[in-house]
Design a protein around this ligand. Structure first.
Ligand code: FAD
Length: 456
């Protein structure tokens, strides 16, 4: 990038808020999954006005701008593909308002999800979306990806809590979408369009979020099964029984083994499937729901079922699930992580198919995740060899084909970014893709904002 452009950017945000060293720039070239190109510059804006000025410059000099939260994304969304400016929101991380009368919070995009949850809990309030990365991911990144998490089963995903946004359009204009009321239907629903747009349609600079009352109590149930199919059938049985736990998380045999090796919980040998189920609400309701779930779990051949309302005990039961993502790297150094979703009645079919694929390709294929939503994190663990990469690519195609065959979708929460872009046409028709591209063009005629993402 030419020095005169860098000088103009420094005039906007100040020298101390522009990172130029190769060490700094290298740190912004990858996310939790993908390596990209090294950006020319990292810019740390402090206001929507500064973001707007940067985007106006980008249109003048035609350089790419890549918004970035905490870089915990799993599809390369925040990764530059060809230099440009990374806009990092670590300075715009304030919780601006908690309105306890109207149950609303207004935050800047860099606010960390967990810190918001902790803050609102002080007022007896609850912000449910809880990606497993919630301790370090940002609300801006969550909104841009429409993040979900274990709580999605009962409480929905990020989209369901975003009432309104302040957005800087790729051409620099600042717009406000949505409302700070519980309802609002004036004009097109631009808020929904920006949620999940993966930083390609606008830069989110303020977020109005809906809060709900914090549930009074919670019970955690750990169920262990000899056969993975029994765990999968149990998920379907709970849903069919019209019980809505806040969470049903699933681990298959390979995931349990991997987690147990890294952080032993003392589980019996040969466990084929594990479910972690949570119910919340008032004391009365959770007791009766936990009992009903225990009955269903045992009817579906669970060999062990533990129920607790003690938060410390519950933390211990969550150990295997919480530490699994990192533990997978003990198997092999490279992870290809997919997050397919199937109708919940089809969970047993998908799990069986994944077990078959593991045998067929001879590489570890672990599946775990938010089974209550039918959303599975399928992790293919490989060595850095051409042979393994080829096998993984074939396996990914087969997983996607099976998912679509079962009436599912390619991504429940991680988005498309760059890693799933080549597969978009497996799910969407050419007409749908071209409508999406028209929308992108309308907002971003010069293709400045996060180019190369979603569409390959
Ligand atoms: C161990 C682990 C577990 C995870 N578990 C889950 C899970 O359970 N559920 C889930 O949904 N995800 C999960 N993720 C993925 C990831 O954490 C989420 O996608 C998260 O929302 C990304 O937030 P971030 O702040 O790190 O955003 P980044 O990774 O920095 O960016 C993600 C996308 O958002 C865009 N973006 C960021 N900020 C803005 C902004 N202000 N304006 C416009 N666009 C912006 C970026 O351009 C990029 O496209 C997990 C990741 C890891 C590493």
């Amino acid at each position: 990038m030419e020095n005169r452009i860098i000088e103009e950017i420094i005039k906007i945000v100040g020298k101390e808020n522009v990172l130029t060293s190769i060490e700094d720039r290298r740190c912004y070239s990858y996310d939790a999954r993908t390596d990209g190109a090294i950006p020319d510059l990292i810019v740390l804006p402090s206001s929507s006005g500064e973001v707007s000025q940067i985007l106006i410059l980008a249109n003048k000099y035609l350089f790419p701008v890549i918004p970035r939260g905490q870089g915990s994304g799993l599809t390369g969304g925040a990764v530059p593909l060809n230099g440009g400016v990374v806009l990092s929101f670590t300075r715009m991380n304030s919780i601006l308002e908690i309105d306890t009368k109207n149950l609303i919070a207004i935050v800047e995009p860099g606010a960390i999800t967990f810190l918001l949850q902790e803050e609102v809990a002080k007022y007896g309030l609850f912000y449910p979306p809880d990606p497993a990365s919630y301790k370090y991911s940002s609300i801006g990144g969550n909104v841009a990806e429409c993040a979900g998490g274990p709580n999605s089963l009962k409480y929905g995903v990020t989209r369901d809590y975003v009432l309104g946004l302040e957005v800087v359009k790729p051409t620099g204009e600042i717009i406000h979408t949505g409302v700070r009321t519980m309802k609002g239907v004036v004009g097109y629903d631009l808020t929904r369009l920006f949620v999940g747009s993966e930083g390609t349609l606008g830069v989110i600079t303020k977020i109005i979020l809906k809060l709900i009352p914090l549930p009074e109590a919670k019970a955690t149930i750990l169920a262990l099964f000899q056969e993975v199919e029994d765990a999968a059938e149990t998920v379907s049985a709970i849903i069919e029984a019209r019980i809505v736990p806040s969470t049903i998380e699933f681990l298959d045999r390979a995931s349990i083994k991997c987690s147990e090796q890294a952080n032993p919980m003392g589980l019996p040998e040969g466990i084929g499937g594990m479910l972690l189920i949570e119910v919340d609400g008032n004391e009365e309701a959770i007791k009766s729901q936990a009992e009903k779930i225990k009955k269903i779990v045992l009817e579906n051949k669970a060999i062990q079922c533990t129920v607790t309302q003690d938060p410390k005990e519950a933390d211990k039961l969550w150990l295997a699930r919480r530490t699994l993502s990192q533990a997978t790297y003990n198997l092999n150094p490279i992870k290809i992580a997919e997050d397919v979703v199937v109708p919940r009645s089809k969970i047993p079919v998908l799990i069986r198919a994944l077990e078959e694929m593991e045998k067929k390709y001879g590489i570890p294929i672990l599946s775990f995740g938010h089974a209550g939503d039918g959303n599975f994190h399928v992790s293919i663990m490989i060595q850095d060899t051409a042979e393994d990469r080829e096998k993984a690519e074939e396996a990914v195609k087969e997983i996607f084909t099976e998912t679509i065959r079962l009436g599912g979708t390619l991504s429940g929460e991680h988005g498309i970014g760059i890693s799933k872009a080549p597969y978009l046409g497996m799910e969407l028709s050419p007409e749908t893709i071209s409508t999406m591209k028209d929308i992108k063009k309308l907002f971003d005629p010069n293709n400045i904002l996060n180019p190369g993402k979603i569409f390959s």
